[in-house]
Design a protein around this ligand. Sequence first.
Ligand code: ATP
Ligand code: MG
Length: 186
Amino acid sequence: MAVRSRRGKLVGPYHIANVVGHRYNNDMPRPLSPARREIVLSDIQATQTLATSIALLALPGDVVALRGNLGSGKTTFARFFIAARGGAGEVPSPTFTLLQVYLLPAGEIWHFDLYRIENERDVLELGIDEAFRDAISLIEWPERLGSLLPNDRLDIALDFADRADARRALLTGQGSWVERVVALAI
Ligand SMILES: Nc1ncnc2c1ncn2[C@@H]1O[C@H](COP(=O)(O)OP(=O)(O)OP(=O)(O)O)[C@@H](O)[C@H]1O
Ligand SMILES: [Mg+2]
């Protein structure tokens, strides 16, 4: 249903909810705001626990953007994530190859390291559209994607903490990840 605002403009259901103060009902898509969690990773086992929990919540088509400086733990997180979904072999850093693909029984994982990418066209040549459609994408240096980075995603920003093997992880879930971040049992 669309109604006219006082200025005569057609407005959609979200505006109706705001203007007349109705609560959303179950027939309306909810514009969920991003969910945030900050988790202290006191050692590498804590990183493994977090990566495993998230790996078990992930589904084909999901995008996990791994942010943080050199050495903050993005590849380490990806290794634990891939292992938790049945990856039994080595997980080399895609620093030079840009992309490593894992064909696992639970679905494909495409692990990108876009540090060396210079423009968005080069990413498209890697087939990232196919990854977004069918696989789980783990993306180091997701900033390089610009507007190609899907909005429906989980961001994990890793940062150094007070001890050498401690990190802070700031999780931000958008779209289908909002409820999963809220429900994360960690
Ligand atoms: N709690 C922790 N979580 C993750 N990594 C840790 C932790 N404690 C120590 N480390 C160490 O920090 C290093 C992280 O390196 P890693 O290659 O994962 O970083 P990166 O963010 O992928 O860097 P780059 O931007 O160069 O790809 C590893 O040597 C890892 O063993
Ligand atoms: Mg790395």
